[in-house]
Design a protein around this ligand. Structure first.
Ligand SMILES: Nc1nc2c(ncn2[C@@H]2O[C@H](COP(=O)(O)OP(=O)(O)O)[C@@H](O)[C@H]2O)c(=O)[nH]1
Ligand SMILES: [Mg+2]
Length: 268
């Protein structure tokens, strides 16, 4: 099936090896997706990419057929999705219960969580979805980690941290990750750490007397903010008033926003 691609990076060949040594359809799918991602895009590789994509589609279809079409991805809700990963009894469910409205089962026997558990975390009025995946690390659960915005690795010692890093690497998961110790770090600090690593800021949209929180990528300007509210807001923009630390400033579309700013937009 595979002919020599032009200028492929060495990771590509590693993925190809994984593909050939894969024993399950899930593993083959993971490797193929990686190969497609790693192939350089140019005229000479178009055919190759098309071939790989069709192979991938076929595999996915076969897998769906076997499982009765059940999809394992978790619909993203809220501003961001964070995947919680750790070995059994590391305190993932405990942490999920502390940080969110979820009431997961916490038990001292292993593998209590057999399907992903979901909870919503509130940060200054912004909702962040946390998804705990079972410690069985099956590929269909790990695929959630692959598409999440951030991974929270729950570990209490160095060895565990290393093993978790290896699991991510072996499964080609390149999502940004951070560590937390469920039992020794205060949940409030873990929450701050999660927020900080999502690179978001909260600004408030003011309409009359009502302020509503909105999450934006750190470094956003008024234009980004306006676009989020309504596309016509940029077109009809006159100026904005930004309330920051008890001072109000009149600002244009390129004005850089900061955490906690309250923004009111005036249109034509
Ligand atoms: N060391 C410690 N263990 C705790 C604490 N609270 C709960 N546990 C135990 O941690 C174990 C695993 O909790 P759980 O959150 O279900 O782990 P999960 O498998 O990673 O979801 C259970 O046996 C709990 O009794 C705590 O404050 N400190
Ligand atoms: Mg659990």
């Amino acid at each position: 099936m595979i002919s020599m691609p032009v200028n492929a990076p060495s990771e590509y060949f590693r993925a190809e090896e994984k593909f050939h040594s894969a024993r399950t359809k899930e593993e083959k799918i993971v490797a193929l997706e990686e190969m497609i991602r790693l192939l350089p895009r140019h005229h000479g590789s178009e055919n190759m990419i098309a071939q790989l994509k069709s192979r991938l589609a076929k595999l996915k279809k076969e897998k769906e057929g076997k499982k009765g079409g059940k999809s394992l991805s978790i619909t993203k809700e809220g501003e961001s999705q964070v995947c919680i990963i750790g070995f059994t009894n590391s305190g993932k469910s405990f942490l999920l219960g502390k940080l969110t409205d979820a009431k997961p089962a916490i038990a001292n026997h292993p593998y209590t969580t057999t399907k992903p558990e979901i909870g919503m975390m509130d940060y200054k009025g912004v909702k962040i979805q946390l998804v705990e995946i079972p410690s069985t690390f099956e590929p269909q659960f790990l695929s959630i980690a692959r598409t999440a915005d951030l991974i929270l690795l729950v570990a209490s010692h160095e060895k565990e941290e290393q093993d978790l890093r290896k699991i991510l690497a072996d499964n080609f998961i390149r999502t940004k990750y951070i560590f937390a110790n469920a039992f020794s770090e205060p949940p409030g600090m873990i929450k701050e750490k999660i927020w900080h690593n999502l690179n978001l800021m909260v600004v408030y949209t003011k309409k009359g007397r009502v302020s509503t929180p909105m999450a934006l990528p750190a470094g956003s300007v008024i234009r980004d903010f306006a676009q989020r509210i309504h596309k016509d807001f940029v077109k009809n923009f006159r100026f904005a008033r930004v309330l920051r630390k008890n001072r109000t400033t009149q600002a244009g579309l390129n004005y850089r926003l900061q955490d906690d700013d309250v923004v009111e937009i005036y249109t034509k």
